[in-house]
Structures are given as C-alpha cells and as structure tokens.
Write a new protein. Structure first.
Length: 230
C-alpha cells in the first residue's frame, strides 16, 4: 500500500513538473507571432507603405503551457503606436500572461534629395527621387510626387537622401512675383501680385495685388501661383 501511494505521488509530481516546465521554442514563437499579428491588425498602413514589425525576445526561463485555445492579445493602457509598443499575450484557460515589446517601423514612399540641395537653388526633376523612408523621420508636410516641387526654391540645406518637407522649400517665396486667381460666382479673375511671405503648396500667405495695392489672404496652388476665393 505504501509503495502504491509513493508511486502515485511520484507520478503526480512528475506530471506537475512537466506542466510548469520552461516554455518550448515553438510556444515562445507562438507568443511572439501573436503579438506581431495584433500590432499589425491595429495599424493603418498608407498606400504603398510597408510595415515592419518585430517582437522582442522572451526570457527562456518563462514557464508557459501550450495554450489549448488561440492566445489572447491586447495593448494595455494608453500607449502611443509610434516606434514601439508593449503587447500583453495571455492564455486565460491556463491562467498565464506575458508582456512582450514590439518594435514598429512604418516605411512610406517620399520625395528625397537625390543630391545635396543648397539654399536658394530652384528644384529640378533631376534633384529629386522617390525613396522608402521611416515615418519617424518625417518632419512637417512631405511629398510623394517630385513634379509638385519642380521650380520651388530651397530655403535651407537638404542632405542627400533626406526627405524634402514644406519647411525646406517655398513654392512661393517672399517678394516673388505671383499670379493671383480670384474665383467666385463662376468667375475667374487673374491678376499679378507680390508675395509678402514664404509658403509651401497648400499653405496660406498674404499677397499684395500690384494693381490695387490691396493685401489679401491667398492659398498657394502651384509654384508661383496663388488662389483667392470670394
């Protein structure tokens, strides 16, 4: 009787030790993959963008069972989805959870300098190219089409391979001659004017009508062109 009881206890301890053994490599991989899939599912990738997600390594001494059901995942707290995020992966059936860091790189196609751009030079098509850029390094308004920037002037030096932003160029620069198009009630009135400040495409600047000397707020619609709605 004693021997039978001893064998039962030994068998019970053996099965218990297996259940709390360090997690297998496949289980570790399953946890990392679950965390990566979760982050991928909650990030919106812009057109032609590329998402690179990498879950960090887990401590090999962690004691995780092979979960009988798909792992649960969530991003706890109010974390910002920028360069990294911590994901909680859990198995409610076996009552365990683990936190794993996930690195995020969102690559987007942007206009970058094909060669060093010096202050004051007008941009030509040969000065620019499209390149995949980490969105973390995006500053100000950036561009996806070189054609929109042709003729713009460089306001500050841009290194080779760096994205060209609205802070670097002006489609209309201060004291530039501009064409003013006033639109309203089905009419288009064209006049000549002078820019009173720098601005990039889509930005609003003050412009003086050379004929009337009236100063108006105008939106830059193209290089050397502004639009006023009335």
């Amino acid at each position: 009787m004693y021997q039978l009881l001893r064998l039962f206890i030994v068998s019970l301890l053996a099965s218990f030790s297996v259940s709390i053994a360090a997690a297998t490599v496949s289980q570790m991989d399953a946890v990392r993959e679950a965390a990566e899939r979760h982050v991928e599912s909650i990030i919106s990738v812009p057109k032609n963008g590329e998402l690179d997600i990498t879950a960090g390594n887990l401590d090999s001494r962690l004691r995780l069972t092979d979960c009988p059901l798909p792992l649960d995942t969530e991003v706890p707290g109010r974390q910002r989805m920028n360069t990294s995020v911590t994901v909680m992966v859990s198995c409610p059936q076996d009552d365990w959870q683990v936190y794993i860091p996930v690195q995020i790189r969102l690559m987007i196609p942007l206009v970058v300098a094909k060669r060093p751009l010096d202050r004051g030079m007008p941009l030509a098509a040969s000065d620019m190219t499209i390149q995949m850029v980490d969105s973390r390094f995006q500053r100000g308004q950036t561009y996806t089409s070189p054609a929109r920037l042709i003729g713009s002037k460089v306001k500050r030096t841009v290194g080779i391979g760096q994205p060209i932003s609205s802070n670097d160029v002006c489609a209309v620069c201060r004291n530039d001659d501009v064409v003013i198009t006033a639109r309203g009630n089905g009419l288009n009135i064209v006049a000549k004017g002078t820019a009173l400040s720098d601005g990039a495409l889509g930005e609003q600047i003050k412009v003086k009508n050379d004929k009337s000397n009236r100063i108006v707020d105008a939106t830059i619609s193209a290089v050397g062109e502004v639009t006023v709605n009335f």
